[in-house]
Design a protein around this ligand. Structure first.
Ligand SMILES: Nc1nc2c(c(=O)[nH]1)N[C@H]1C(S)=C(S)[C@@H](COP(=O)(O)OP(=O)(O)OC[C@H]3O[C@@H](n4cnc5c(=O)[nH]c(N)nc54)[C@H](O)[C@@H]3O)O[C@H]1N2
Ligand SMILES: Nc1nc2c(c(=O)[nH]1)N[C@H]1C(S)=C(S)[C@@H](COP(=O)(O)OP(=O)(O)OC[C@H]3O[C@@H](n4cnc5c(=O)[nH]c(N)nc54)[C@H](O)[C@@H]3O)O[C@H]1N2
Ligand code: SF4
Ligand SMILES: [Mo]
Length: 728
């Protein structure tokens, strides 16, 4: 493979194959100052820090965090600092590669890669029907790219099914917000971290996963109470004022018990409930069964601890904000758990004011962009595939025949995989995600890919676990090698800039989509989709009249000079303040403008409870602030490698370790019903007895996880699988 890659970069034959960006051809265009500074939003997490890139002869040579950006105020975490280092890796894909009959990969060049992909997918569609080809998208490409991908796949290539890695991550928050507020609308602005008196983090470890947001929390001058609800005593819990070590998946019981106490003690905000919500009376009646004493077994918490917490979060003299991430979203009843948080905010009137909110923090740099523009779960720009008025509006604005827009929702990720299992899906296109590492119960994923007739993977690196399965591998440019926009956790849209030439023949995803549209014969639909900024203007127009209306944004320059702009920003808006939250007027996006109380009885048992054979509950999550997901990028930086553990460590309670005769740093085998893997034991009292923790960054970890899903959001429950531990 390496030998092949070294020979790459034959001459490019067509205009279309040129990366047209400022630095695409390695030249500094006339009029451009060669040694200058430009800015770009970081391409790792959803915090959305802005970096200043220092250019020499038109290409970035170093970077520093931007002191004037309202998000990071001059800070960056190690990943941000190392953003450029990960581009220069020896395993970048330099040229399209096609798998031969003997399993080897052959260099083919774009001139045959694109026609091959088109021919194979069209053959599959003519044999098995249009819906037999599907795509898996991502929260890590730009808004413009994901809009192009979704529109090309569904309106151009006739696909019906497409989902993304945001299903692994944000589907629960999306569903919870849509059902409760009428639109997927995280209400907060980062200033709320500093303006809150009581901050409650549920299943979130920002000290590791969102380090710069955590710095914002630490700069709160109101001597806040910081409460962390997490089975583990994480780095975040250790620096909080209070740690609630709930039993895994005991959150729903706990949140209902808190609501019970608040109702019982008459600490609800009657006025807010009356004016801005509905369904509270039914909820209050439902809560009768959730007295703290009745949930002790489920939550692992004492009555007094719950009563104190209930008082803290309903103190009318305090601004209370709730923040949740994967400990909530990745659960078999995550949607109701997120809504239990929303309910607490509604009943105490903690929404729409400084320092409050039911706030889901997103994960990937552009997860929010994916939620609005990927054309997967929602029709582009937050519309609904099943709504004829929405379809007509999108068709008119995009000047396409309305019959090209699917009238039904796509299958969710796990349903697409079941479709592959049944033989309904025969062709799959995976863009900027590495599911053969990150998908739950990954063995099944690997096996199912064997059922496909043709698998296309579009990635920066050829060494990823998913690239290893590809029939066709398309070389993608990464962050730093293309232009576009990302939307961060507080709905702030910011610009990324091309500051490096992509290696070899690698092209931006945007460019690849253009090539495909052309070869598929549907480029007529995309005549005006000529550059990222042109597409930005198109998708901004599509948002008109939606809660996420950004039709007032005039272009990238405006975003750059204003320090990013949060949605909404309808035409005619002007920017008076840089930090804006939603629902300040108490009006939600439901038809009657009231937020809904939604609740259900928690399930009695975990999808996979521990047993005599598998007596430990395995939690998984982020390991360190220097490791990103499947590590295709972060493992390429010598500095980030030094900052991470370097081996797979199993966190286990010291008493459990000694009961099993396991010494610190001994080799252990961890087994579940699906497989077994080897790790190094790291006894630590940060995990509770009977629980163990593994970071998700090692490709072996998802061999263990149990494939269970939230019924509303179809998000995988990565954080509760039964395992056995044995000394080796
Ligand atoms: N360094 C780094 N930063 C990242 C990422 C990365 O890979 N590396 N990924 C980004 C992405 S995409 C995401 S989605 C975010 C994720 O950010 P987080 O959600 O903060 O990270 P996790 O470690 O997955 O999960 C958070 C916590 O949930 C806890 N937890 C497990 N089960 C339960 C439970 O039943 N109840 C409660 N209350 N808590 C539970 C875990 O112990 C863990 O500490 O991070 C983003 N930031
Ligand atoms: N056990 C367990 N598993 C988990 C989780 C957990 O907590 N526990 N968390 C889940 C969550 S929240 C998430 S978000 C997922 C993340 O899972 P993935 O999305 O699979 O992880 P990444 O490593 O971010 O994969 C991104 C891929 O895109 C490539 N890439 C980067 N930039 C570009 C680009 O611009 N263009 C193209 N074409 N490719 C690019 C990278 O090289 C990489 O291969 O993992 C999930 N899996
Ligand atoms: S906190 Fe997130 S956005 Fe900021 S530098 Fe680190 S990875 Fe990048
Ligand atoms: Mo995520």
């Amino acid at each position: 493979m390496r030998r092949l890659l070294k020979q790459s970069t034959g001459p490019l034959t067509s205009e279309l194959l040129r990366e047209p960006g400022r630095f695409g051809l390695g030249q500094v265009p006339a009029g451009m100052v060669p040694d200058a500074v430009t800015t770009s939003i970081c391409g790792f997490c959803s915090t959305g820090c802005r970096l200043k890139l220092h250019l020499k002869e038109g290409a970035a040579v170093s970077l520093t965090p931007d002191a004037h950006y309202p998000v990071n105020l001059g800070m960056a975490c190690p990943k941000g600092w190392e953003s450029l280092a990960v581009l220069d890796a020896s395993d970048r894909v330099m040229v399209p590669l096609l798998r031969e009959a003997d399993g080897s990969l052959k260099e083919i060049g774009w001139e045959s890669a694109i026609p091959t992909m088109v021919e194979r997918f069209k053959n599959i569609q003519s044999r098995y029907g249009k819906e037999s080809v599907a795509f898996i998208s991502t929260g890590q490409i730009t808004c413009e790219e994901m809009a192009f991908l979704g529109a090309l796949a569904k309106f151009g290539m006739g696909m019906k099914h497409g989902d993304g890695n945001t299903r692994q991550c944000m589907a629960t928050a999306v569903t919870a917000y849509k059902q409760s507020f009428g639109f997927d609308a995280p209400p907060f602005t980062y200033a709320d971290f500093e303006e809150s008196d009581v901050l409650v983090f549920v299943g979130a470890n920002p000290a590791i996963a969102h380090p710069i947001l955590w710095q914002r929390v630490l700069s709160n001058q109101r001597t806040p109470e910081i409460i962390v609800i997490d089975p583990r005593k994480t780095e975040t819990a250790q620096s909080a004022t209070r740690h609630i070590s709930v039993k895994p998946k005991g959150d729903l019981w706990l949140l209902y018990a808190l609501a019970h106490c608040i109702v019982r003690d008459g600490r609800v905000d009657e006025n807010f409930l009356k004016e801005h919500t509905h369904g509270f009376d039914d909820f209050a009646a439902f809560l009768e069964d959730y007295a703290p004493g009745l949930v002790a077994e489920r939550t692992g918490l004492g009555t007094e601890e719950i009563e104190i917490l209930a008082n803290l979060v309903s103190d009318p003299s305090k601004r209370v904000s709730w923040w949740w991430t994967m400990g909530v979203n990745q659960s078999h009843e995550g949607t109701r758990t997120a809504q239990a948080i929303i309910n607490l905010c509604l009943m105490t009137g903690n929404i729409g004011k400084p320092g409050t909110g039911a706030n889901s923090i997103t994960g990937q740099c552009n997860a929010m962009g994916s939620r609005l523009f990927s054309n997967t779960t929602s029709l582009i720009a937050g519309h609904d595939f099943t709504n004829p008025v929405h379809r007509a509006k999108v068709a008119e604005l995009l000047e396409l025949d309305v019959s090209l827009i699917p009238t039904e929702n796509s299958w969710a990720y796990d349903e697409i995989l079941s479709g592959i299992e049944r033989g309904d899906i025969k062709g799959l296109w995976i863009i900027a995600t590495n599911p053969n590492h990150s998908w739950i119960d990954r063995e099944r994923f690997t096996r199912l890919c064997g059922n496909l007739d043709f698998l296309v993977v579009q990635d920066m690196y050829h060494s990823t676990e998913t690239a290893g399965l590809a029939d066709l591998l398309l070389p993608a440019a990464g962050w730093g090698e293309k232009d576009g926009t990302f939307i961060n956790s507080e709905r702030r849209i910011g610009v990324i800039r091309q500051v490096r030439r992509p290696p070899g023949q690698a092209l931006s995803d945007f460019r690849i989509f253009r090539l495909l549209a052309n070869a598929w014969g549907c480029d007529g639909l995309f005549r005006s989709w000529t550059s990222p900024e042109a597409v930005f203007n198109i998708i901004a127009r599509l948002t008109r009249g939606q809660p996420c209306d950004i039709s007032g944004i005039t272009g990238y320059d405006q975003l750059d000079t204003n320090g990013g702009i949060q949605w909404p920003f309808p035409a005619g808006s002007f920017l008076a303040i840089r930090e804006r939250r939603l629902f300040e007027d108490g009006r939600f996006f439901t038809p009657d403008q009231r937020a809904k109380f939604i609740f259900d009885r928690p399930s009695e048992r975990l999808p996979e409870p521990v047993s005599d054979s598998f007596p430990f509950l395995l939690l998984t999550g982020r390991g360190s602030s220097s490791q990103w997901h499947t590590q295709t990028r972060t493992s390429k930086s010598a500095i980030l490698r030094k900052l991470s553990p370097g081996e797979l460590l199993l966190e286990i309670h010291p008493q459990d370790a000694s009961a099993l005769g396991i010494a610190s740093h001994a080799k252990v085998r961890i087994s579940s019903q699906r497989g077994s893997i080897v790790a190094i034991a790291f006894p630590t009292a940060t995990v509770q007895r009977g629980q163990v923790f593994l970071p998700m960054h090692d490709p072996e970890v998802n061999r263990l996880t149990h494939g269970s899903f939230d019924p509303d959001s179809r998000q995988p429950s990565y954080k509760a699988s039964a395992v056995a531990i044995e000394k080796l």
